[in-house]
Each structure stands twice: as C-alpha cells, then as structure tokens.
Design a protein around this ligand. Sequence first.
Ligand SMILES: NC(=O)c1ccc[n+]([C@@H]2O[C@H](COP(=O)([O-])OP(=O)(O)OC[C@H]3O[C@@H](n4cnc5c(N)ncnc54)[C@H](OP(=O)(O)O)[C@@H]3O)[C@@H](O)[C@H]2O)c1
Length: 228
Amino acid sequence: MQRVFSIYTVVVLAMSADGKIADANRSPARFGSVTDKAHLEAQVAQADAVLFGAETLRAYETTLRVTHPDLLKLRQQNHQPPQPIQIVASRSAKLNSDWRFFSQPVPRWLLTTPAAQAWDAPHFDRVLTIGTPSGIDWRAAWKEFAHSGIRRIAVLGGGSIVWNLLELDLIDELRLTICPLLLGGTIAPTPAAGIGFPEAIAPRLQLLSAEAIDHEVFLHYRLQHREV
Ligand SMILES: NC(=O)c1ccc[n+]([C@@H]2O[C@H](COP(=O)([O-])OP(=O)(O)OC[C@H]3O[C@@H](n4cnc5c(N)ncnc54)[C@H](OP(=O)(O)O)[C@@H]3O)[C@@H](O)[C@H]2O)c1
C-alpha cells in the first residue's frame, strides 16, 4: 500500500447502476438513500480533510457536515476537531460567497492556482496556491497537506478531480455506492472523467467488501498502486 507523504486517500461516490454520478444536466446527485447518506457521513467523519472540485460545489452549493452524535464523539476520542477541513479545488476560484457552504460552521480551505481571480480571503481559513495557471500540482498539494497534519483525505468528487488523482496514483481506496436507477446518455459524468486509461494500464482494484442494503450495493475497493 502506497501512502504519499503519509496521506491516505479515500474516494467516496454514489453512482447509478449504469455508472453515472449525476444526470446529463450535472444536477446535484441526490439519488442515494438515507443509508447512503449515513455511509457518506461516516466516511467524512473519519477524515482530517475532505476535498471536492469546484463543479461539485457549484452543483450542491453546500457540503456535508458531521452531525451524528456518535461520530462527533468518535472524532473527539481520536483528538480530531469536530469537523474535517473542507478543501475546494478550483483553478479559477470563481465561486459565489452567497452559497450556503460559506456560512456552514466548517473550516474551509481553497486549493487553487495562479490563474485564480482575487478571492475574498475571509471566506476561507486558508488559500493554497499550488501549481501553474493551467492546473494544481497535486503532489505538491498532498505534500503541503501532510505538513499541515492531514493524514486522511476523503475525496467527494467529482469525476474531474478523481481523474487527476487517479492519473497520479494518489488514491488508496474507492467506496462506491451503486444506486437503483439508470441515468443513461453519453454526457452524464462518471466516477473518473479525463481522457480515460487504455485497458492495459487501467488502475486495478481489489474488492475488500460488497454489501447489499435494501436496493443499494456498497462497494469497497483498494487501489493497486503502480510499480515505481
Ligand atoms: N454522485 C456523487 O457521489 C457525486 C459526488 C460529487 C459530485 N457529483 C457530481 O459531479 C459533477 C461535478 O463533477 P465534475 O467532474 O464536473 O467536476 P468537479 O471534479 O467537481 O470539479 C471540476 C473543477 O475542479 C477544478 N479542477 C479540476 N481539475 C483541476 C486542476 N487540475 N487544477 C485546478 N483545478 C482543477 C476546476 O475548477 P474551476 O472551474 O473553478 O477552475 C474544475 O472546473 C456534478 O454534477 C455533481 O453533481 C456527484
């Protein structure tokens, strides 16, 4: 198992039975059940930080906080603050401070690039500019996170961010919930965007568990890291 700078990275996504993480309009994906929401909250509660792309924030305008008393207690026992840091990844930093996210009681970081618009700093506890105008340097970002004491990151989407991290072999685990609907089409986003991998070098997964609850299936995979 590879851990870059001691960080363990877990991707958590819900998808339709035909492998879409949202519909073709990129609407917020609200097709997971109450059980799936609890599963997501449990994953968030284990993390020191959660990370998501700006398009995910644009879709939801909000984030999932840890609210279950047992999970808050567990974080306290683990000497973690009540809420993980919420890290928004955005090349442009074109974000709207009216979104509910910016009034939620969570620590907020912006991970951005020199191409970002001037951002009103009070809305973020930290702004990290790491990379070039064309994109974030993810390895350097992971290094900075590690220096900041982050040991476990939950990546909550979307497909674009997951693709970036997959390409760099930065993901350790994947938790996918298969939800009982079909979204269809060719433009609806999938768990990993980008240009895709040729089959011969596609990342391989080891199935750790598969649990069916009501009409959903909860899959837990470990990524087999590439040889270096
Ligand atoms: N089903 C689920 O569990 C789930 C979870 C999350 C999201 N979703 C869905 O997924 C969709 C969003 O996914 P997405 O793939 O379109 O977008 P995304 O991954 O959420 O965000 C993409 C944005 O991230 C920034 N970004 C991406 N790569 C970057 C790089 N290399 N350097 C700097 N910034 C970078 C850019 O922000 P800027 O544009 O600001 O520059 C880019 O537009 C939405 O429809 C949402 O509903 C579903």
